[in-house]
Design a protein around this ligand. Structure first.
Ligand code: M6R
Length: 618
């Protein structure tokens, strides 16, 4: 949440920062601002521009009144926590003496006490943000004779909460200083120039060489120079890395939305996640898994923690992992996990699923699990992010950058990673025979073509979205692995189309939700593949029950499932896949439906209201 950019170098700072912010707009789009420190014969000054609304508003203001070309600077795109999204609360915030400009991502939890302390010293705040106090505190430290990096360390040691801060000092026009605790910040190393950003996407046009920052670290960047210390002032270890995607991955490539592009990228994303995992000798290899086979054999419980769409991929994983490995597997919303005193020990494997690797709720859950002695494995799409860094092991999903706020290829590749983990555990523990694993791997390796087939046959779903554009409410039903698919279908519709949408376990319907069924209410039903006859027949009966009560049934079922024909007002035909893998195919039409429906309603699909891509506050 919130995107931050800092730049030092010979280039036009404001323009470079603005293009970086544009790439980070998915992190928040309530307001945006830029501050540039510039010097001329009259001395140094901070030029500042900020505007409520999307970055386009700020760009318009800068066109009307351009910033100085030379200098160093910081920029910010906001997802509001404290204070409504208006010009005043937009970042950067200036200190009382105009010497410091600061941008922030996170929440300063003790801002009220610090504000009171500043007030007692005669320094009044002008905005409603928690951030502004930092600008004043930094200025006080500078006034006392410290340099900005020392001031930053001193101030950070006084802050509670989660924060990435990036600041400039008017009187040091060659330096930008950043700090991070529980919130992301990466360094970009260019040719004679340096960047700070919430995400490498901000500087990918200029460099693919990056440095991960650790927890509680302060970084100073000057042209071509980077220095990292801990909050205690000691030099800190950092990890340089090369970003394995380039600027073309962050373009819409002719699609109207990043989300639609990312839906259509799923065949490739799934293939990339599978790449190199299965040897010609018939054994699975998870190279990044830094947990030994003997440790994996000792695991007697798996707890999956995640939020949102990633949580739903965990719900699917539970069915597969328990079935293939016979290890008990719980799935828990990360924000609930640590507050219930979970039973976790050295034989528990905690699996954290996170596309961004920065979700604060998930990060706090794995920290709690580690403190209790559990081994932690991350399933993550973002190299260099905090969750994999703080985990014992990681399976990267290799989906490429996911920019649309609604997760799509993130979800399907998380499913693939979960299946790989389940099969690997089954291999290590001997709960599946080699030929059983081989058969499932064959089917997984066919999935890119299977998903492509679903995408090629998308026309009926797109038409349905056009027909349903005025529907106020839609329900989704599923059973077994179809249940998380129903939840995911409903979430996509809520976040993009802003309509009432709910997913239910089909068997739960008769325990209450069936009262919602009314004449003409659209209900999507995910039908299990033929072959799991009991499960399949029960869902078919559920369709009959809701149809008898007036529901308009949209049935997602295998192409030759003639049992659903008479019960389906609309039949979305799915390819034949095995039961546990069906979510990989069944989710795709629901993603397209939500994307198209939101488009028809005139919504901003990539930047739905009130949301942000990376939820870095608890
Ligand atoms: O980056 P993460 O996978 O940890 O994000 C988790 C959720 O915030 C995310 O899946 C969210 O629910 C998406 N907006 C869903 O489309």
């Amino acid at each position: 949440m919130c995107g931050i950019v800092g730049y030092v170098g010979p280039g036009p700072a404001a323009a470079i920062i603005m293009s970086g912010l544009k790439r980070l707009e998915y992190r928040g789009y309530d307001s945006a601002g830029v501050a540039v420190v510039t010097s001329d014969d009259a001395g140094s000054r901070i030029a500042l521009a900020k505007r409520a609304g999307k970055i386009g508003n700020l760009a318009g203001a800068l066109d009307a009144e351009p910033m100085p070309v030379d200098g160093v600077g910081v920029g910010h795109t906001r997802w509001a926590t404290h204070g409504v999204p208006n010009d005043l609360n937009a970042h950067p915030h200036l200190s009382f003496d105009g010497r410091v400009a600061v941008v922030h991502n996170g929440i300063i939890e003790n801002h009220a006490a610090l504000r009171a302390e500043l007030g007692a010293a005669g320094i009044a705040t002008v905005s409603d943000t928690d951030t502004e106090v930092v600008a004043h505190l930094l200025a006080q430290e500078l006034e006392a004779g410290r340099r900005l990096p020392d001031a930053m360390r001193a101030v950070c040691n006084r802050l509670d909460g989660a924060f990435t801060l990036v600041a400039v000092d008017r009187d040091d026009p060659a330096t930008v200083v950043g700090a991070r605790r529980n919130s992301p910040l990466v360094v970009g190393i260019g040719d004679g120039e340096s960047y700070l950003a919430s995400d490498v996407a901000a500087f990918i046009d200029h460099t693919r060489e990056a440095i991960e920052l650790g927890q509680d670290q302060v970084v100073e960047i000057r042209a071509g120079e980077v220095r990292v210390t801990g909050f205690d002032g000691r030099p800190a270890q950092t990890r340089p890395y090369h970003v394995d995607w380039d600027t073309s991955a962050a373009q819409k490539d002719g699609y109207d939305w990043f989300m639609r592009k990312e839906i259509y990228e799923q065949p490739k994303a799934v293939a990339d996640t599978l790449l190199g995992r299965y040897d010609t000798d018939g054994s699975l290899r998870l190279d990044e898994l830094r947990i030994s086979e003997s440790e994996l054999r000792r695991v007697n419980k798996i707890i999956i923690v995640a939020c949102g769409t990633a949580f739903y991929s965990g719900l699917v994983a539970k069915y597969a992992i328990e079935h293939w490995t016979r290890i008990a597997c719980e799935v828990e919303l990360a924000h609930e996990f640590r507050y219930r005193d979970p039973i976790v020990d050295a034989n528990t494997l905690v699996v954290c699923i996170s596309q961004s690797g920065e979700t604060a709720d998930s990060l706090m859950a794995i920290r709690h699990a580690s403190e209790q002695g559990a081994r932690v494995l991350a399933i993550c799409n973002t190299n260099g992010s905090t969750i994999p860094r703080e985990s014992d092991a990681v399976i990267y999903t290799h989906a490429g950058p996911e920019i649309g706020v609604a997760s799509t290829k993130g979800f399907t590749t998380q499913l693939v990673a979960c299946y790989l983990l389940g099969l690997y555990l089954a291999q290590v523990r001997g709960t599946l025979f080699g030929d059983e694993i081989a058969r499932l791997m064959d089917e997984l390796e066919q999935m890119p073509q299977t998903i492509q087939g679903v995408l090629d046959d998308a026309e009926p779903v797109l038409k349905l979205a056009a027909d349903f554009a005025e529907q106020p409410s839609v329900l989704f039903l599923g059973r077994h692995v179809g249940y998380p698919v129903a939840l995911e279908g409903a979430l996509k519709l809520k976040e993009l189309a802003y309509i009432h949408a709910e997913g239910f376990a089909a068997g739960e319907l008769k325990h209450g939700p069936i009262a919602l069924i009314d004449q003409g209410l659209p209900v999507f039903v995910v039908v299990p593949p033929l072959g799991r006859d009991m499960l399949h027949d029960k869902v078919v009966s559920n369709i009959a029950e809701i149809r008898a009560r007036g529901a308009l049934t949209v049935v997602l079922a295998e192409e030759d499932d003639e049992a659903v024909g008479p019960l389906a007002d609309v039949w979305i035909r799915l390819p034949k896949v095995s039961t546990l893998l069906q979510p990989l195919a069944a989710t795709v039409p629901l993603q397209l439906f939500a994307c198209e429906l939101a488009t028809r309603k005139g919504h901003d699909v990539d930047q739905p209201r009130n949301l942000a891509k990376s939820v870095t506050v608890e």
